[in-house]
Design a protein around this ligand. Structure first.
Ligand code: SF4
Length: 335
């Protein structure tokens, strides 16, 4: 068993510095995520190289729209999570115990080999929260970069500066959920103390590590669908990440502990798109809805469709490098 990154000894306990839960873990116990254990005074990651899910996915499925559109990424997930979201779509793995789960061993070099064999241009860490197997992310991302592949984190963004800086050099894309814009909602919906680390580390990923950042907000009736919350998220993206940052608004469907709520009404989603535009965002996409054109990239200057999409498929591009092929406006699409 290898030693974890970013931790310190405190007597018999170990202090994990990877996420803002700041766990101090007694011998033989794990932290809140359930996958980092105090093994006789040393913090060890229980899921290193142990995958629950492997698939070849279009990068659009993450969703990531403005980074290498039309390519595929080998997508890897394990078990565990730092949050316990009431509506988690992947609860079977995010809440699984690593000792119970049927996990397959996939060392970093084998993962990269598999990606290349399947014609992938990237590797994505996704399905469960990837921050909590940071050691595997680091080794696999380093090997992926050496093989000429890009790397994507699909994350809830709940990480410390030390954790982010451990992997920053080797990650190209930070696809982060911003689930609400206030601590109270994060506490009740996700069981974490604050949204602030999520916001701060997304900005750091962008400014310190030059990662391409895209934001997703799943709009849940009565939970995070009020105008103030949506306006707060949109204004923060525009001011702190830049107005060309893609914001994906996705439709909620009743699930797990929130099975009693209705699906997000379409007018609520359309209003969120308007709010994004009012706050200055140029690329607001509507996901989980059957709405023609809602996931196309349109040039904010001339209105031309620069990237057309149908579901997870790119059906046409009208780009000149990363610029609109019609008017030359830079669109921030990394090709
Ligand atoms: S990564 Fe896990 S063990 Fe470490 S602080 Fe976060 S929840 Fe606790």
């Amino acid at each position: 068993m290898r030693e974890a990154l970013v931790w310190e000894a405190e007597g018999e306990r170990v202090h994990c510095l990877l996420c803002p839960h700041d766990c101090r873990i007694a011998p033989g116990r794990t932290g809140i995520c359930g996958v980092r254990e105090n093994d006789a005074g040393t913090l060890v990651p229980l899921t290193y190289g142990r995958v629950s899910s492997v698939a070849v996915d279009p990068i659009e499925k993450k969703p990531v729209f403005h980074f290498r559109p039309g390519t595929t990424a080998l997508s890897l997930g394990s078990v565990g999570c730092t949050m316990r979201c009431a509506h988690c779509q992947n609860w079977q793995i995010s809440r699984a115990d690593p000792s119970d789960a049927h996990l397959q061993l996939l060392p970093p070099e084998d993962a990269v080999r598999l990606a290349v064999q399947h014609g992938c241009e990237g590797v994505a860490f996704t399905y469960n929260e990837p921050v909590i197997w940071v050691e595997y992310v680091l080794d696999t991302a380093r090997a992926a970069k050496a093989a000429g592949l890009y790397t994507v984190m699909v994350t809830n963004g709940y990480i410390t500066e030390a954790g982010l800086d451990a992997i920053g050099e080797f990650i190209d894309v930070w696809r982060v959920d911003v689930k609400a814009f206030d601590d109270r909602t994060y506490r009740s919906l996700c069981r974490v103390r604050s949204v602030q680390p999520v916001l701060e580390m997304a900005v750091r990923a962008h400014t310190r590590w030059q990662m391409h950042v895209e934001v997703v907000t799943n709009i849940i009736p009565t939970i995070n669908d009020d105008e103030e919350a949506l306006r707060g998220i949109a204004a923060w993206i525009a001011s702190d990440l830049g107005p060309d940052t893609p914001w994906h608004i996705t439709r909620f469907f009743p699930y797990v502990e929130l099975a009693h709520l209705p699906a997000t009404p379409i007018p609520t989603l359309k209003r969120a798109v308007e709010i994004g535009a009012e706050e200055g965002l140029h690329f607001v996409f509507l996901g989980n809805v059957d709405e023609k054109g809602a996931e196309d990239t349109r040039c904010p200057s001339c209105g031309a469709v620069a990237v057309a999409r149908d579901g997870y498929r790119v059906t046409g591009t009208h780009l000149s490098g990363s610029e609109c092929a019609s008017c030359g406006r830079p669109l921030g699409v990394r090709t």
